[in-house]
Ligand binder design. Structure first.
Ligand code: XUL
Length: 522
């Protein structure tokens, strides 16, 4: 059989994973990441984004196009026979939106294979920047959307989430009001995921329900745009949005640009999804049961769900699962962003960070931190601020332990609505390579923590989705169990088990942390 290519276009980097499937023999042939700041300094991003003023966070879509092109070149130069790639899919950072002018479709269909992609994409942008998930400048827009739709609960029941600053509806509403001419000139609004898929197929790609649910615009049960939310967001919005298609839809064929420029064949391009829904597949969570944590730029905790049950506290989300059904997710903005800030503040590298964690006692002698280095999503904290209790800011080891314990306790506290009891946590993301951090997770959740062998679950999930959709398109009744087999098994050498003494300490501490958190966040 063939090769399948998956991408993860996330906040700070683009990752690609190529898998090979020959009957029951499955293996990962290639995995590679490009860091946006380092590889594309001309775009001036810091950790993949630009923040012109506090609360406003954007990224240049042309940079994502440049990264896609660079990566396709890297893959073609690997000595792989790229004409054997049967299908391609991907994952994008969720919620971010890309605004294209009329005429974009024509240009996409006729890209000049002698010229770099980014310079051909730049003139197609009705808005040179894309607001991304770190943006929290749209509280007024969220309020307006909520009241137009009939309140938090009504919006959550309809779309899977109450209004969130980073979700696409609030971002579109702000743009349409602040820049009416640019909005009027906008012909198509893509998510990062559907934009990247469009670059591959050379025409407008659809949005699929996993990522579509991160917009506050989609009727979650029907997989259709919800008219009440469209009306409350911006004029004539529906004609500007791509259609919603099921996750396993083949969006088109890899366009001639890629075939001529890098020698790829006419691979099938499957609708891209969001990075979290894709990681759900890459971690093998196709049925309700296990819970996963992704320790990336954001930290997320998520699991599959058979029915759409809402978080009573209003902080969690329900998205579509690319395997059908639903997934529940809670997102924390201060993930690696905050860990890196603590690491840098004390002049440490990751080895030094881990050593400090090892050398400090479980529970940190009662010292605690609320590590809101940037505005926090869960709990909602619009103004950044780091709060310490019984913690001397100059004490490096205790500050290291305090941030890791705080993040683990926040994840446990705000994921009870998804899973009141957890037996196994599956971990992915850059910080999942750190055993000391994962041990704190195991102790706080009172659960085993395992990893899967490939390091990037979102790009692996994308490659698996490409394979699954390709088989379906060929008329094979492939199940998700068959699709993930051999890729998402737990790496037993990574298994960490909770220590009973630590579990006891954290059971008490969790109540204290909860009180501390709500006393500050309100
Ligand atoms: C999820 C969220 C983040 C981004 C990161 O709701 O905002 O996890 O998807 O890429």
């Amino acid at each position: 059989m063939g090769l399948y290519l998956g991408f993860d276009s996330s906040t700070q980097s683009l990752t690609a994973t190529v898998i090979e499937i020959r009957g029951n023999a499955r293996r990962i042939l290639f995995e590679h990441s490009l860091d946006f700041d380092a590889a594309f300094p001309e775009y001036g991003t810091v950790r993949g984004v630009v923040s012109p003023q506090p609360g406003t966070v954007t990224a240049p879509p042309a940079m994502w196009a440049a990264a896609l092109e660079r990566m396709m070149g890297v893959i073609a130069a690997q000595g792989l026979d790229v004409t054997r790639i049967r299908a391609i899919s991907g994952a994008g950072q969720q919620h971010g939106s890309v605004y294209l002018l009329a005429g974009a479709e024509r240009t996409l269909a006729h890209l000049d294979h002698h010229r770099p992609l980014a310079e051909q994409i730049q003139p197609l942008l009705a808005r040179p920047v894309s607001p991304v998930w770190l943006d929290c400048s749209t509280t007024a827009e969220c309020r307006a959307l909520t009241s137009a739709v009939g309140g938090d609960l009504a919006l959550a029941e309809l779309t899977g989430s109450r209004a969130y600053e980073r979700f696409t509806a609030a971002q579109i509403r702000k743009f349409a009001a602040a820049e009416p001419i640019a909005y009027a000139n906008t012909d198509r609004i893509h998510l990062v995921s559907s934009f990247m898929a469009s670059l591959l197929i050379g025409s407008h790609a659809p949005i699929e329900p996993g990522d579509g649910a991160g917009m506050n615009l989609m009727d979650l049960a029907r997989h259709e745009w919800a008219p009440s939310t469209l009306d409350a967001t911006a004029p004539e919005l529906e004609r500007r949005l791509p259609p919603i298609r099921e996750s396993w839809t083949v969006a088109g064929e890899l366009s001639p640009y890629w075939q001529r420029r890098y020698g790829f064949g006419p691979a099938q391009v499957v609708a891209w999804t969001g990075d979290n829904p894709s990681a759900l597949i890459g971690l093998g969570l196709i049925e309700a049961g296990d819970l996963a944590i992704s320790l990336g730029t954001s930290d997320t905790v998520f699991g599959a769900m058979p029915r759409a049950a809402h978080d009573p506290s209003g902080s969690g989300h329900v998205f579509g699962s690319p395997a059908g059904g639903y997934m529940a997710l809670t997102c924390f903005a201060n993930g690696s962003l905050a860990r890196e800030r603590v690491r840098d503040e004390y002049g440490l590298d990751w080895e030094g960070f881990s050593a400090r964690l090892r050398d400090t006692p479980t529970g940190n002698g009662g010292a605690m931190m609320l590590p809101w280095f940037v505005a926090e999503i869960t709990p909602f904290v619009p103004n950044p601020g780091v709060h310490r209790r019984r913690l001397d800011p100059s004490d490096a080891p205790r500050n290291v332990r305090a941030i890791v314990e705080a993040q683990a306790m926040a994840m446990r506290l705000h994921s009870r609505w998804i899973a009141p009891e957890v037996t196994t946590l599956r971990a992915t993301g850059g910080a999942a390579s750190n055993r000391e951090i994962l041990q704190v997770m195991a102790d706080v959740f009172a659960a085993d923590v395992v990893r899967i062998a490939p390091s990037n679950a979102a790009s692996l999930g994308a490659a698996i989705r490409a394979y699954h959709a390709d088989r379906l398109a060929e008329g094979e009744q492939i199940t998700w169990r068959e699709a993930i087999a051999g890729f998402t098994d737990a790496d037993e050498s990574s298994r960490l088990t909770p220590s009973p003494a630590a579990v006891e300490t954290y059971t008490t501490l969790l109540r204290e942390y909860e009180a501390f958190e709500s006393s500050v966040s309100g």
